[in-house]
Design a protein around this ligand. Structure first.
Ligand SMILES: *[C@@H]1O[C@H](CO)[C@@H](O)[C@H](O)[C@H]1NC(C)=O
Ligand SMILES: *[C@@H]1O[C@H](CO)[C@@H](O)[C@H](O)[C@H]1NC(C)=O
Ligand SMILES: *[C@@H]1O[C@H](CO)[C@@H](O)[C@H](O)[C@H]1NC(C)=O
Ligand SMILES: *[C@@H]1O[C@H](CO)[C@@H](O)[C@H](O)[C@H]1NC(C)=O
Ligand SMILES: *[C@@H]1O[C@H](CO)[C@@H](O)[C@H](O)[C@H]1NC(C)=O
Ligand SMILES: *[C@@H]1O[C@H](CO)[C@@H](O)[C@H](O)[C@H]1NC(C)=O
Ligand SMILES: *[C@@H]1O[C@H](CO)[C@@H](O)[C@H](O)[C@H]1NC(C)=O
Ligand SMILES: *[C@@H]1O[C@H](CO)[C@@H](O)[C@H](O)[C@H]1NC(C)=O
Ligand SMILES: *[C@@H]1O[C@H](CO)[C@@H](O)[C@H](O)[C@H]1NC(C)=O
Ligand SMILES: *[C@@H]1O[C@H](CO)[C@@H](O)[C@H](O)[C@H]1NC(C)=O
Length: 669
């Protein structure tokens, strides 16, 4: 919900609008365009805002203090950058920046920290922490929306933040846990292969950040000083969600922090422009920093001799072993993974890695069999637990759905979606790697005789979570993402028992307003909207219908179809609830097992919401935005209640529930 705050939900009053207009017209649109080819002591508070331990040192900006164990420092340009061009603009401003930095550890094997480029509405964000938080982020476990966006150049691996390695770049949206990461490397323009770049040797690294506000895209490129800007970025991030993390006026600058381990983070030069033409940094003559060699009683000549001898020996032995191993490895692995495949999101895992992580896809690791294939629990080498969904595709259909799932899942990120981490393909076997959800699917907590019954309050929370996840799919993007298979077994519970929507195998992106062309109906019997029987075009409102079925299931503690029930009028859940509503006995539908926990009005509201979502006329169903407003909103005001009453009544007998329709309609896949 917070992620999706609607900027125009509070109508501006006319005088305020006028005032805004006047301010916009009067204030000059000042461009931000500067070049610091070095930071001499003449560059002082008038040119830079230096916070805490940041200072000018040997014509560079030094961000941390070696003798302070919890040091942090920030350096900002004193003038803000206008990120939202006009008050009602739907896009952001664009800018480009380039800088040269050096990260020099005192001990090369000590933990690393790195530094980050920051866009923030404040030079001192509240709650910012030192150590591994770059002196800019808080330790909040669930990310909140605030105008703070950073590009981290991280020289340490923190597995708890999902860092892929100790030398990576990441996009951080007000959270230390990156929205996307990529290992530091650059493409060699002359032969197109990637060259690794170690950012923690003190060597001068040239970084470029291109922020395209109209496409919500950020490109980050790195290369050693002396190499011209590589043709392809190291990291490419594109997501309209970044609009939530910028305010109209933002400070630009750098931040870094450390613990007792000494690591010198320096900015040597910085060029910035929001007018399109970035001035080039002259990289000749920049200072250079190296890891100090430890002193010893041996003469430096002797040390050099010994070192060269040892290194030569190791290289000879090592390369011999490497070639033998590599030859063997090549024979064993069917397909090579290209370097870039490892670095681009979603991450491509190697088959051997997943085989090892699942104990050879053993039955002991089997979590279940989903619509697509089997699902295994896996433990990655860094102890992260994931779920691996194995898909056998004998037909082209499987492959197509698989690629659709990868493509859409990789781009969708929301707290109420099961996050996809990557994929793997070997021959006919395809695999998807997801975050592991320790508490399984929602149906296990409600139907039959669950080990532990989900309480009423928790049911409401889970439904609100699912509504927010689905709202994100429907309204959080330029495109509507239709899920197509909402059902209680596709809703998973994370470690905190919060609901997350999973299984995007059937999701397909299509442009707003454009009719998607689909040739067959997919979905699950009992959850299919009646109109799909005739038009076979899943839409956002057919998702709303399926969501309505889930609401009724959760509130009534009953499956949508229970053919075993004696009374025929009770077999189809929607018909039964609607009939009870007609009789004025709606509350009797609710799950008797949790009767002590709820209030009658709340139950009635939820049942009416479920019925409203299942309205036979797709155009009369509420949107997910409206559903979220009812479920998450502060109070259930009079207006929505009236609306629900009106909508819940819809359809009357038979025609609506799609009982006949859904029986005849496409079988589950
Ligand atoms: C900054 O340096 C300039 C000269 O380089 C000097 O005139 C000015 O007073 C200095 N400002 C501060 C705040 O130190
Ligand atoms: C720093 O500020 C001073 C005083 O405003 C200005 O004269 C100088 O050009 C600035 N230097 C840079 C590199 O922007
Ligand atoms: C670093 O911190 C120590 C102790 O807090 C202080 O005495 C020293 O002046 C600082 N060094 C620099 C270069 O700011
Ligand atoms: C707001 O948008 C409308 C239509 O897109 C435009 O005509 C108007 O000038 C904009 N107002 C401001 C303050 O930018
Ligand atoms: C920055 O944004 C946050 C969250 O919107 C707000 O609470 C804070 O007051 C803003 N700070 C400044 C200096 O504008
Ligand atoms: C976050 O940091 C604060 C201050 O250092 C500390 O009191 C709190 O326990 C930390 N919370 C977590 C979840 O680590
Ligand atoms: C890039 O590739 C060319 C051609 O193979 C090679 O000569 C050059 O050394 C490479 N550059 C780097 C930095 O690896
Ligand atoms: C490109 O050049 C680098 C360095 O010369 C070399 O290591 C690499 O194998 C080359 N890649 C290709 C695809 O030729
Ligand atoms: C970012 O990189 C992508 C892929 O290389 C490219 O298509 C796009 O134009 C770049 N965008 C910017 C703003 O540089
Ligand atoms: C770059 O700097 C070097 C040394 O500081 C100087 O000799 C050279 O002329 C500069 N190059 C340009 C293009 O300004």
């Amino acid at each position: 919900m917070k992620l999706l705050q609607c900027p125009h939900s509070q109508p501006l009053r006319r005088p305020l609008l006028l005032l805004l207009l006047i301010i916009i017209l009067v204030s000059p649109t000042s461009a931000l365009d500067f070049l610091f080819n070095s930071f001499t002591t003449a560059v002082n508070a008038t040119n830079l805002t230096l916070i805490n331990d940041a200072r000018i040192d040997t014509s560079t900006i030094r961000l941390t203090n070696d003798s302070n164990p919890l040091s942090y420092g920030r350096a900002f340009y004193p003038t803000t950058l206008r990120m939202i061009p006009t008050s009602n603009s739907s896009t952001l401003s664009s800018f480009s920046t380039a800088f040269v930095f050096s990260v020099l550890p005192q001990i090369s094997t000590s933990p690393g920290f790195g530094l980050c480029f920051v866009l923030s509405n404040s030079t001192s964000p509240p709650g910012a922490l030192a150590s591994q938080y770059f002196g800019i982020f808080t330790n909040a476990t669930s990310p909140t929306v605030a105008p703070l966006l950073a590009v981290e150049f991280d020289t340490g691996q923190n597995p708890e933040f999902n860092d892929p390695d100790g030398n990576h770049i990441g996009i951080d949206l007000n959270s230390i846990i990156s929205a996307q990461t990529a290992t530091a490397q650059y493409i060699n323009s002359s032969n197109g292969s990637f060259v690794p770049l170690n950012m923690r040797t003190g060597q001068n690294v040239h970084a470029w950040i291109d922020f395209d506000g109209s496409n919500f895209e950020i490109n980050v490129t790195v290369a050693p000083v002396g190499v011209s800007k590589p043709s392809r970025p190291t990291l490419n991030y594109k997501d309209p969600v970044i609009a939530n993390y910028v305010a109209s006026e933002m400070f630009v600058g750098f931040s870094a922090s450390k613990t007792q381990w000494v690591e010198a983070q320096r900015i040597l030069a910085w060029s910035f422009s929001d007018t399109g033409v970035l001035r080039e940094i002259n990289t000749t003559g920049l200072p250079e920093f190296f890891i100090e060699s430890s002193s010893s009683s041996l003469s430096s000549g002797a040390i050099a001799g010994i070192v060269i001898g040892c290194v030569a020996f190791v290289i000879i032995c090592g390369s011999g072993c490497y070639f033998v191993w590599r030859k063997k490895f090549r024979e064993e692995s069917e397909e090579e993974i290209e370097d870039w495949e490892l670095e681009y999101w979603p991450h491509r895992f190697s088959y051997d890695e997943l085989k090892q992580a699942t104990n050879g896809f053993s039955n002991g690791n089997l979590l279940g069999a989903g619509g697509f294939g089997r699902v295994f629990k896996a433990t990655l080498p860094n102890t992260t637990e994931v779920a691996v969904k194995s898909v056998n595709h004998d037909s082209k259909q499987g492959l197509r759905e698989f690629m659709a799932e990868i493509e859409s899942m990789g781009r969708l990120q929301h707290k109420n979606l099961v996050q996809m981490r990557g994929w793997c393909r070997k021959g006919n076997e395809l695999m998807l790697v997801y975050d592991y959800m320790p508490n399984g699917s929602l149906n296990r907590w409600i139907f039959d005789k669950p080990e532990k019954l989900l309480g009423w309050k928790q049911r409401l929370l889970v439904l609100a979570d699912v509504a927010e996840g689905l709202n994100y799919l429907h309204h959080g993007w330029d495109q509507v993402v239709v899920h197509r298979d909402i059902k209680s077994s596709n809703i998973l519970l994370d470690s905190e028992m919060r609901g997350r929507l999973g299984d995007f195998g059937l999701a397909k992106l299509y442009e707003h307003g454009q009719v998607p062309n689909t040739t067959r109906v997919v979905g699950t019997l009992g959850y299919l909207a009646p109109e799909l029987a005739t038009v076979a075009v899943p839409t956002a409102s057919s998702d709303v219908y399926s969501f309505g079925v889930v609401v009724l299931e959760v509130v009534c503690g009953r499956r949508p179809l229970e053919m075993a029930l004696e009374k025929e009028e009770e077999q189809v859940l929607i018909d039964w609830v609607r009939w009870l509503y007609g009789e004025g006995r709606l509350r009797e539908a609710a799950d008797a097992r949790v009767r002590e926990e709820y209030e009658g009005e709340e139950v009635e509201m939820m049942l009416k919401l479920g019925l409203a979502c299942c309205h036979p006329d797709p155009s009369r169903r509420p949107t997910m935005k409206e559903v979220v407003a009812v479920l998450v909103g502060e109070e259930v005001g009079a207006a929505p209640a009236e609306l629900l009453n009106e909508l819940a009544r819809g359809g009357g007998s038979g025609s609506g529930s799609g009982r006949e329709d859904s029986r005849e309609e496409a079988p589950p896949v």
